[in-house]
Design a protein around this ligand. Structure first.
Ligand code: NAD
Length: 287
C-alpha cells in the first residue's frame, strides 16, 4: 500500500497563512509590522536565490524586509558592525546571516552568530536559544526542524508517546529535532555516523527523520510498516535533479506517510522563518 504523501506546499501555505494572520493582529493591536533583515556576504548564487525568496515571502505577507548585501572581502569588524546596527534597529525584529560565509570569514561563524541579539535570532542558532530549547523555555527554534514538527502537528500525526528516531546530529537539524520531539513527549533516539546496527534502531521508529545528506540512504528494510518518514535531505545528483536521503520509491510502499524531495520539508523552511519573525516581534514587544 502506498504511503500518504505529506506535500510541503500544503503545509507551507497553512503556516504562511497563520504567520500573516498573526502579523496583521499584531499590527492592529500595537502598530508594529514584523521586520526581517537578511545579511548576505559575497556572491554565492544559491544563497542569492534563498535571500530573494525570503524577501519575496516577507513582501507577500506585508512584513518589513531588508536585504543587506556585503562584498566578498567584508571584514569581521564590518560584518559585526552591520549586525550591531540591526540589533539596534527598532523596525527589525529578526536578523539572519546567510550561511555559508565566504572562506575568509568561516572560522568566525560562531562569533558572527553570537553577535545577533538572541531576541532577533530567527535562525535559532544563538547558544541562548539553543539552551532555552533544551531546557523547555520559549525559544526561537531553527526553521527546518521546527517546520517538520509543525507539519506533523498539522497532519494530525501523534508525537506524544511515539517512538521517534532521528538520523543525523547536526546543530541545524538533528539536535533541535531531538529536543523538539522530546519536548512533545516522544521517546527519541538520535543516530549518527558511529551508530551500530542502524537498521535495527530505525525499524522500530513510528516517526523516522532522515537528516544525513546521502542520497537514498534510508532503504525500505530500515522502515517499520506504517511509519511516518520525514526526509530532510537535499542532495543534488545531477545539475537539475534533487533527491532526499530516503529511497522514496521503495520506502513509500512500506511507510504510512512520507515527505517527497523536492516538494517536502524544504518548502516549510521559509514559511517557518516568517513565523519566527512574528514570534520574535511579539517577544520583543512583551519584553
Ligand atoms: P550535516 O552534514 O551537518 O550532518 C549529517 C549528519 O548525518 C551527521 O550528524 C552524521 O553523523 C550523520 N551521518 C553521516 N553518515 C551517517 C551514517 N552512515 N549513518 C548515520 N548517520 C550518518 O548535515 P545537516 O546540515 O544536518 O543536513 C542534513 C541534510 O539535510 C543535508 O542533505 C542538507 O542539505 C539537508 N538540509 C535541508 C534543509 C531544508 O530542507 N531546508 C535545511 C538544512 C539541511
Amino acid at each position: 500500500m502506498a504511503a500518504k504523501l505529506l506535500e510541503g506546499k500544503l503545509f507551507a501555505a497553512k503556516i504562511r497563512e497563520e504567520a500573516g494572520r498573526r502579523a496583521s493582529e499584531l499590527k492592529e493591536k500595537t502598530g508594529v509590522t514584523p521586520g526581517l533583515a537578511v545579511i548576505i556576504v559575497g556572491e554565492n548564487p544559491a544563497s542569492q536565490v534563498y535571500v530573494r525568496n525570503k524577501h519575496k515571502a516577507c513582501t507577500e505577507l506585508g512584513f518589513h524586509s531588508e536585504s543587506v548585501e556585503l562584498p566578498e572581502d567584508t571584514t569581521l569588524e564590518q560584518l559585526l558592525a552591520e549586525i550591531k546596527r540591526l540589533n539596534n534597529a527598532p523596525e527589525i525584529h529578526g536578523i539572519l546571516v546567510q550561511l555559508p560565509l565566504p572562506k575568509a570569514l568561516q572560522k568566525y561563524e560562531s562569533e558572527v552568530l553570537e553577535a545577533i541579539s538572541p531576541l532577533k535570532d530567527v535562525d535559532g542558532f544563538h547558544p541562548v536559544n539553543v539552551g532555552r530549547l533544551v531546557t523547555g523555555q520559549k525559544a526561537l527554534v531553527p526553521c527546518t526542524p521546527n517546520g517538520c514538527i509543525k507539519m506533523l502537528e498539522l497532519a494530525g500525526i501523534p508525537i506524544e508517546g511515539a517512538n521517534a528516531v532521528v538520523i543525523g546530529r547536526s546543530n541545524i537539524v538533528g539536535k533541535p529535532m531531538l529536543n523538539l520531539l522530546l519536548s512533545r513527549n516522544a521517546t527519541v533516539t538520535i543516530c549518527h555516523s558511529r551508530t551500530k546496527n542502524l537498521a535495527e534502531v530505525t525499524s522500530k521508529a513510528d516517526i523516522l527523520v532522515a537528516a544525513v545528506g546521502k542520497p537514498g540512504f534510508v532503504t525500505a528494510d530500515m522502515v517499520k510498516s506504517g511509519a511516518t518518514v520525514i526526509d530532510v535531505g537535499i542532495n543534488r545528483i545531477a545539475p537539475k535533479k534533487l533527491v532526499g536521503d530516503v529511497d522514496f520509491e521503495a520506502v513509500k510502499e512500506v511507510a504510512g506517510a512520507i515527505t517527497p524531495v523536492p516538494g517536502g520539508v524544504g518548502l516549510l523552511t521559509i514559511a517557518m522563518l516568517m513565523m519566527n519573525t512574528v514570534d520574535a516581534a511579539e517577544m520583543q514587544l512583551n519584553g
